[in-house]
Design a protein around this ligand. Structure first.
Ligand SMILES: [Zn+2]
Length: 255
């Protein structure tokens, strides 16, 4: 049976996500920005929390863990490389490990850069990927603990997922990301179409995610640092993709 998803807002601009396996009844929260909206989503669906899958250690992804763990006795799965910074961890995972949520199964993909131990969870059979703060729609996370080269390689791993993979990210930043992206890749018709779509989604109070990796890689400038025309447009003709990526990320930091 296919996975079921409940998407909702947490804190000021975080997303909360519940992933439910209807066959076993298992339910995972992807990260835990704060307990109350996650509990409200559990109540609304009638699902019982069995797991928390943590992408990285930042407080706006982990502050709800302790309270949920005490109430639901759920299992907390976290990246091995930053487990000591995350509360109540039961299972640590690395690149290539598999994580089950009932009958659903995810591959762990290490995506360092935003933090040094950041991971994503790819549920290949269900065509879902939970990417935390590595990839956003039309953007990417700030490179805080890693290097731009490291972040670029992490983004390439996500870009290589099948085109019909649905991407769930940690924040609603899409409109601001589009504003910036149009300064980098202004003649991209796919980006223009996405800008129009997002304007409508926001006007109607709808989330702008999930997005498919196939759509995202045509419109997100951070996934297009190896496109020669884009490099040329920003004065980086002939440079290595990681250098082009670093330049785009540096411009976004100042935008
Ligand atoms: Zn973060």
């Amino acid at each position: 049976m296919p996975a079921e998803i409940r998407l909702f807002r947490c804190l000021s601009d975080n997303y909360g996500v519940l992933l439910h396996d209807p066959e076993s009844g298992a339910t995972a929260s992807i990260d835990a920005p704060e307990a109350a909206p996650i509990e409200a989503a559990l109540k609304a669906t009638g699902w019982k929390l069995t797991d928390i899958l943590v992408t990285h250690h930042h407080a706006d992804h982990t502050d709800g863990i302790q309270e949920l763990k005490e109430k639901y006795k759920c299992r907390v799965v976290a990246p091995a490389a930053e487990a000591e910074k995350i509360p109540a961890v039961d299972l640590t995972v690395r690149e290539g490990d598999k994580v089950s949520v009932g009958k659903l199964s995810a591959n762990v993909i290490e995506t360092p850069g935003h933090t040094s131990g950041h991971i994503a969870y790819w549920f290949h059979a269900d065509k879902l990927a939970f990417v935390g703060d590595t990839l956003f729609s039309i953007g990417c996370g700030r490179v805080i603990e890693g290097t731009p080269g490291m972040m670029w390689r992490s983004l390439l791993k996500l870009r290589d997922l099948p085109n019909d993979t649905k991407i769930y990210c940690g924040h609603e930043y899409t409109a601001a990301n589009i504003k910036f992206a149009l300064t980098i890749d202004k003649d991209n018709p796919v980006l223009a179409a996405r800008a129009a779509e997002v304007e409508l989604q926001i006007a109607q109070g709808e989330p702008t995610i999930p997005v498919t990796i196939g759509d995202e890689k045509l419109a997100n400038p951070f996934l297009r640092a190896d496109v020669a025309d884009l490099a040329c447009d920003i004065g980086m003709a002939g440079k290595q993709p990681a250098q082009v990526f670093a330049e785009i990320r540096a411009r976004k930091n100042k935008f």
